[in-house]
Design a protein around this ligand. Structure first.
Ligand SMILES: NC(=O)c1ccc[n+]([C@@H]2O[C@H](COP(=O)([O-])OP(=O)(O)OC[C@H]3O[C@@H](n4cnc5c(N)ncnc54)[C@H](OP(=O)(O)O)[C@@H]3O)[C@@H](O)[C@H]2O)c1
Length: 277
């Protein structure tokens, strides 16, 4: 299997372009699923406080025997903890639950525009970064106008913006803003939770390359320069999703996949989502 490329973030941190997402994996299934991914060759795990499975991710990392320094682990600040003191405490709790002394990347999960002020939350994230216990900090589900406030009102440019991206939601505006500001785009739900996989355009391209429609979709993301972390609890799919670095999509195939865009989300709209679990 060909190696996963690395991407260097704006703070110098190096992140594998493909990882393993653990959203909606039940806590009792997370250790085995994460171990399967690590055994397959994944070295980047994307979790969150909201997913309720950080503890099991940590257990899998230790049980894998892989040196912590060879792994890249991301977690995200949960929505109720946007106030400074809460954010600092919640970050400490993440480290405790994972059993780590640092995170590679810590993100604000949602901007929650009607609850507190995400600029103040970002200032707490800056404090966490300066403690050295999060190597990089970033955001998730930020629209350009949310990012613009961080850029105008604070001294730290987020290293990544993790947003929903797939062929039904190509996010051209958000991705262009990220790129202009040296922020790497991370594409969540990269296969739209499986919804895109029956598209004839993808089937045709997949047939010509001897690949699956999931592999073609993930390949489209990496050729666009985004970071992806498909989720699967099915071992054969975990292997399939990693095996995308031995073929190239031509420009017209890339364009055909992008033309599936219909600005359709599988998840909430960040401008109106203010959910406190
Ligand atoms: N920041 C955010 O707000 C946010 C929101 C959502 C997700 N995320 C992150 O993004 C990651 C991925 O997103 P996601 O889990 O929502 O969706 P996804 O990765 O697009 O899709 C996962 C679904 O597709 C299936 N699947 C996976 N690989 C497949 C393959 N090769 N062929 C056919 N079906 C396949 C999985 O089934 P099985 O598991 O049954 O195999 C699962 O039902 C999450 O785990 C999380 O880390 C972040």
């Amino acid at each position: 299997m060909t190696a996963v490329p690395n991407i260097t973030l704006n703070d110098g941190t190096v992140i594998p372009q493909l990882g393993f997402g653990v959203f909606q994996i039940k806590p009792e299934d997370t250790k085995d699923a994460t171990l399967a991914a690590l055994e397959t060759g994944y070295r980047h795990i994307d979790t969150a406080q909201m997913y309720g499975n950080e503890k099991q991710v940590g257990e899998a990392v230790r049980e894998s025997g892989i040196d912590r320094s060879e792994l890249f682990v991301t977690s995200k600040l949960n929505n109720p903890f946007h106030a400074r003191e809460d954010a600092l405490r919640a970050f400490d709790q993440s480290l405790e639950d994972l059993g780590f002394d640092y995170l590679d990347l810590f993100l604000i999960h949602w901007p929650m525009p009607d609850v507190g002020d995400y600029v103040d939350t970002w200032k707490a994230m800056e404090e966490i970064a300066s403690s050295g216990r999060a190597r990089s900090i970033g955001v998730s589900n930020f629209q350009p106008h949310h990012l613009k406030r961080l850029l105008d009102e604070t001294g730290t440019v987020p290293s990544v913006n993790q947003v929903e991206v797939h062929p039904y939601l190509t996010q051209d505006e958000v991705r262009a803003f990220n790129e202009q500001n040296n922020i790497v785009t991370e594409a969540w739900s990269p296969i739209a939770k499986g919804n895109v996989l029956g598209e004839d355009v993808l089937k045709d391209i997949a047939g010509r390359h001897g690949k699956t429609t999931a592999q073609v979709t993930l390949r489209w993301h990496v050729q666009r320069g985004d970071i992806v972390f498909p989720k699967s609890v099915t071992r054969s799919r975990v292997e399939e999703n990693l095996n995308i670095f031995d073929f190239d999509l031509a420009a017209d195939d890339m364009a055909a996949i992008s033309s599936l865009n219909r600005n359709e989300r599988t998840g909430p709209d960040p401008d109106t989502f203010n959910y406190i679990p």
